[in-house]
Design a protein around this ligand. Structure first.
Ligand code: FES
Length: 107
């Protein structure tokens, strides 16, 4: 199920190569700008408590590397692509409307 659209930031707040952490209903989520394309996933790593928005963005693989132990997550699918994490993160819907970034959480 998909939740309601929530406006979370201005599109200019997250330039290419950058990320932002926001909370929707107390759920931390991370938004990434990969060469102008926005991606949104859960911010908390599925291995331990780490904020993925603070990780290194891998533009070529469209992935984020967890800052704590280095697991990679595909930003398009949420799949954990390198150990030690094995569980995927959720991928949320994200769009731009009138210069604002909006997100709809998935269950
Ligand atoms: S907390 Fe992310 S890989 Fe360990």
């Amino acid at each position: 199920m998909v939740g309601a659209w929530v406006t979370v930031a201005r599109v200019t707040d997250i330039p290419p190569g950058h990320a932002a952490r926001v909370e929707i209903d107390e759920v931390p989520i991370a938004i990434f700008n990969v060469e102008g394309e926005l991606h949104c996933i859960d911010d908390t790593c599925t291995h331990q408590e780490a904020s993925l928005s603070e990780g290194d963005l891998d533009v070529e693989r469209c992935a984020i590397e967890c800052p704590l132990h280095g697991s990679g997550f595909d930003l398009r699918t949420g799949d954990a692509i390198t150990l030690p994490a094995v569980e995927p993160v959720r991928v949320h819907r994200v769009e731009v409307s009138d210069g604002m970034i909006r997100v709809a959480l998935r269950d």
